[in-house]
Design a protein around this ligand. Structure first.
Ligand SMILES: Cc1ncc(C[n+]2csc(CCOP(=O)(O)OP(=O)(O)O)c2C)c(N)n1
Ligand SMILES: [Mg+2]
Length: 303
C-alpha cells in the first residue's frame, strides 16, 4: 500500500540542476513517485525544463516532451491523442508548468484543454514570478512583492489572478491546491488526480529561495506559514463545490508569512515592525486574504 509520506519509487536522478531548496525538484519527486513509470510529462519553458535537462541527460526517468511556452496543454492533448491511437489509454499525461506558463502565456491552451475535458493532468508550480529568466512579475505575483520588473517602490500593487476560480468555471472533474509543507495532503491530492478521468488540475505553492529571497532551510517553514495564514489555502474543487482541506485553528496574521521573505522586506521597517508608509498595503493584503478565505467557505477567527 502506498505510504502517505515517503517516496516509494525514486524516479528522479540525484544531482539535478535545481537551486538549493528548489520547490520544483521536491514537487516533481512526489509526482513522479505517485504517477510511476507509465507517464509522459509535458514541460513548457520554466525552471523545470532546465532541471529536467535535455535527452539523454534527463533528471527524470520518464519520457518528457519539452513544449513551447504557450502550448503545453495543447501539446499534452496531442500526446494523449497519440497514446490513445496506440491503445495506451492507461498511460498518464502530466503537464509540469510554471505560473507564467499557466496564468499568463499558456492560459488559452489550458482553457481549451479544460473545456474539451482532455484526459490529462496539469500541475502548476506557482512560485509567483517568471523565475527562470530572472524574477519578472507574472499575473500570479502576490501584491507587495518586489520583482525585477516591479522593483523597489514599484512593487506589485495589485492582487494575483484567481486562477482556481477560472479553473472552477471550466467545471473540470478534479482540481486542488497543495503545499510541500503538507505532504500527506499533497500526496493524497496526487492520488486523487491520478484516479480521476478527464482534465485534472493541481496548483502547488511554489517554493523558490532565490526568487522569494529566503534561506533554503526556511523554505518549508515559509510554505507552512502561507497555509496557516490563509495566504495559500488548501482546498479541492469536486463537482463544483469547494472543499477546504486545512482550517488553521488560529490563522496567523499574513505579516508573519510576509516578513520572512526578502521580496516583501520594503513593507517592513528594519526592526521587523510595520513601516507606516506601507501599512495600507499590508492591510490590503490581509483584507484580500480574508475575503478569499470567506469566499472559499472559511471563517475568520482571532485575526
Ligand atoms: C515564447 C517565449 N517567451 C519567453 C521565453 C523565455 N522564458 C523561458 S522560461 C521563462 C520563465 C518561466 O516562468 P514560469 O512559467 O513562472 O516558470 P518558472 O521559471 O518560474 O519555473 C521565460 C520568460 C520563452 N522560452 N518562450
Ligand atoms: Mg514561476
Amino acid at each position: 500500500m502506498t505510504n502517505n509520506f515517503y517516496i516509494e519509487q525514486e524516479m528522479m536522478y540525484s544531482g539535478s540542476l535545481g537551486c538549493r531548496g528548489c520547490g520544483w525538484s521536491m514537487m516533481v519527486r512526489y509526482i513522479s513517485d505517485i504517477f510511476g513509470e507509465d507517464t509522459v510529462y509535458v514541460v513548457p519553458a520554466c525552471c523545470f525544463s532546465i532541471i529536467a535537462g535535455p535527452y539523454p541527460m534527463n533528471a527524470l526517468k520518464n519520457n518528457i516532451v519539452h513544449s513551447l511556452f504557450a502550448a503545453s496543454a495543447a501539446t499534452a492533448s496531442g500526446v494523449r491523442a497519440g497514446l490513445d491511437a496506440q491503445g495506451k489509454n492507461k498511460t498518464q499525461v502530466v503537464v509540469l508548468a510554471g505560473d507564467g506558463g499557466t496564468f499568463d502565456i499558456g492560459l488559452q491552451a489550458l482553457s481549451g484543454a479544460a473545456v474539451r475535458n482532455e484526459n490529462i493532468v496539469y500541475i502548476c508550480n506557482n512560485n509567483g514570478a517568471y523565475m527562470n529568466t530572472g524574477i519578472q512579475s507574472s499575473s500570479a505575483t502576490p501584491m507587495g512583492a518586489v520583482t525585477t520588473t516591479e522593483p523597489s517602490v514599484h512593487f506589485k500593487k495589485n492582487n494575483p489572478k484567481d486562477l482556481m476560480a477560472i479553473i472552477k468555471a471550466h467545471q473540470v472533474p478534479y482540481s486542488a491546491t497543495a503545499s510541500l509543507a503538507f505532504l500527506e495532503d499533497y500526496r493524497m491530492k496526487l492520488q486523487m488526480a491520478k484516479k480521476h478521468y478527464g482534465f485534472r488540475f493541481l496548483m502547488v505553492d511554489g517554493i523558490c529561495p532565490p526568487g522569494h529571497k529566503i534561506e533554503p532551510e526556511d523554505a518549508i517553514k515559509v510554505a507552512r506559514l502561507a497555509v496557516n495564514s490563509n495566504a495559500f489555502p488548501l482546498f479541492e474543487i469536486v463537482e463544483g463545490k469547494n472543499k477546504i482541506n486545512h482550517r488553521p485553528e488560529n490563522p496567523i496574521p499574513v505579516t508573519e508569512y510576509l516578513r520572512l521573505q526578502g521580496r516583501f522586506k520594503h513593507l517592513f521597517s528594519t526592526n521587523g515592525n510595520r513601516d507606516n508608509r506601507n501599512s495600507e498595503i499590508l492591510e490590503d493584503i490581509q483584507r484580500n486574504v480574508d475575503e478569499r478565505w470567506i469566499e472559499l467557505g472559511g471563517n475568520i477567527f482571532n485575526i
